[in-house]
Every structure is written in C-alpha cells, then in structure tokens.
Design a protein around this ligand. Sequence first.
Ligand SMILES: Cc1cc2nc3c(=O)[nH]c(=O)nc-3n(C[C@H](O)[C@H](O)[C@H](O)COP(=O)(O)OP(=O)(O)OC[C@H]3O[C@@H](n4cnc5c(N)ncnc54)[C@H](O)[C@@H]3O)c2cc1C
Length: 321
Amino acid sequence: MDKRNIWVVCDAFDHVDSFTGQLISKAYQLSKESNGCVQVIFLGDTSEDELKRCALYGADEVVYQHCETKDERLWLDILSDIYSSIGADVIMFTNSDFSKTLSSFFASRFEVGLTADCIDICFEDENGFVFERAAMSDSVQARIICIDSQCCTCTVKKNAFVENVINEVKELSIRKWDYKGSFNTDDTYEVISCVKREIENSADLDNAKIVFGVGRGVKDKETFDLICQAGKKYNAVVVGTKCVVDDGLLPKKYQVGQSGRSIAPDIYIAFGISGANQHLVGIRNSRQIIAVNNNENAPIFNIADVKIVADVKEFIKEFSE
Ligand SMILES: Cc1cc2nc3c(=O)[nH]c(=O)nc-3n(C[C@H](O)[C@H](O)[C@H](O)COP(=O)(O)OP(=O)(O)OC[C@H]3O[C@@H](n4cnc5c(N)ncnc54)[C@H](O)[C@@H]3O)c2cc1C
C-alpha cells in the first residue's frame, strides 16, 4: 500500500518555529500509526541548514519553495500547485490568522474537509484520521471524520501537541519546488479601508517556562494575591480554571482548558484545582505538574508528578517566605 502523505505547512517564513515543531512531532506520531510519510511544506526564505531541522522532529521530506512575500493568495497558488502534483492525505496548519485564512481558501478551492482549532488527531483503521475539537459553544468535545473528501485539512491550537525531538536519525530529502505560476499580488483586489484591531498579547503565556494555575480552592483575594506575588518572584504566569475566570478573578485570555488555551510549560503548579477533564486537556503537555489540594482524592493527583495534600492558603504562605 502507498504511504499516506501527512503534510505540515510551516508559516514562519524564515525559520522552523516551535509551533511547526509541535505539528511535525504529531505528524511523525501519526505516520507511525498510519504508515505515513511526513512532508513539511515550507514557503518563504530560509537556508538549507534551517530546513534540515525538520528532521529532528521526524520529517521525511521538506518541499521548499523560495518566495519573497507572505501573501495568502500567492501561497494558496503555490500550495495548490504542490498538492495537485504530489497529493496529500492530511494537511496540518497552525492556527495563526494567516494560516486560518490560507487553510480555508485551500479547503474551499479543493472542496476538502477542514477542522478548525483541533486539540487532538488520531488514526483509526476503521475511520482513518479523526480530529478532535470543542464544539457547540464548547459544550462538547467533537470527533470529526472527513467523509467523501480527497484529503483532510485542519488548523491546530498552539500547544495542543508537544514539540518532541526523536531518537532516530532520519534521512531528510529536500525538494526544491519551482513554482511557475504568474500570480501577481497587486492585481486581485483593492483595499477600500483598514480597521485597526487590538490583538491580545499572549506571548507571555506561550513562552512561559513556569505557570501557576488557580482554581476554586483559592477562596479569597489574599491567597490569590500571594500566588500572584510568588508568580512574579519565580517569573511564572498566573492562569485559571473556567470557574475562576467566570468569577472574574482573571481575564478570559488566561483560562486554560477545553474552551480556553492549551499550554506546555516546564512546570505547572495547580493551586486548588480539582482536575476536571476540561481543564486537563489544556495542561496535559506540561513537562511537570505539581498539585496542591486539600482533598487527597482530587482527580488532579492522578496526573500530578508531585502531590501536595495541603490547604492552599497555608501552603502559599510558607512557599512565599
Ligand atoms: C463545556 C465545558 C467547557 C469547559 N471548559 C473549561 C476550560 O476551558 N477550563 C477549565 O478549567 N474548566 C472548564 N470547564 C469546567 C470544568 O468542568 C470544571 O468545572 C472546572 O475546571 C473546575 O474548576 P476548579 O478546579 O477551579 O473548581 P472545582 O472543581 O470546584 O475544584 C476546586 C478544588 O479545590 C480544592 N480545594 C478546596 N478548598 C481548598 C483549600 N482550602 N486548599 C486546597 N484545595 C482546596 C477542592 O478539593 C477541589 O478539588 C468546562 C466545563 C464545560 C461543561
């Protein structure tokens, strides 16, 4: 049987960023389950040495098209050219604004399935590739299968997958693409007006090595403030469960879980968090989880590396001293 082509589209333009590393790592895992071949589609301007880094995460091949601009319509034409020539079974995009646009253009051009904001992908003999995402106003976690679709495409939530350097040494082939289209970015549309949009800056959370999670077990402002002060001291970002965000203690952009963000810090300390599945889905890629809870049977302890049965207020007071 022919190998399945699993594509990862890198949108970083001049380097292989960590988000792309996460997608290649997942593609590598899927390739093992599905007899697949991991192909990274790199459009932009970078060096061969940089492209070779894709092998660290398990890529078999990089298809590289040099281009000077990052324009969705130009990239769509190049992607279409490559797709029409070599084909793909799955195409994974990041969920940046750019890739969201590019993936939807692509899916509509080829009339293929697109699952947005995936939090997981697996391969099943019976169903093929299955995509998971929150659906119906985040009330359910849906499993999505593309039926009657030549290929399945998806955008993936940042940190849904772990960036993982593989143990094996891979032979990486780099195929230089020669796009011959005559696409001109100037002649397809006219800009009538521009609207300035505030973009929530979440870089602090994306890059945080240490994250403190606050749950409903943090019952008063004094305890919360002590956690925030300790956060400053240890350079940790403070996030919360849905309950805490709903109570107004933290803004929505710091909600972690199924209907919030996914994170992958080196250390996650959960203060007074029960460990509901909807929260765990957002922290499962943390390297080490430390949980503080006064209930020794709290589900968070099932996944914690370090378990501290204690009153959170007493604990944070001692911790801060
Ligand atoms: C559709 C849907 C989407 C959701 N999305 C999310 C999401 O994105 N993120 C999310 O987090 N949740 C989400 N939830 C909510 C989720 O199901 C849980 O209700 C929530 O995560 C629980 O938050 P919590 O752990 O803060 O509170 P609780 O479940 O109430 O847990 C509080 C914990 O604190 C402990 N505790 C109490 N007092 C102390 C003390 N003095 N010292 C130490 N420990 C103490 C308790 O033992 C308990 O384990 C979602 C739910 C639904 C239905």
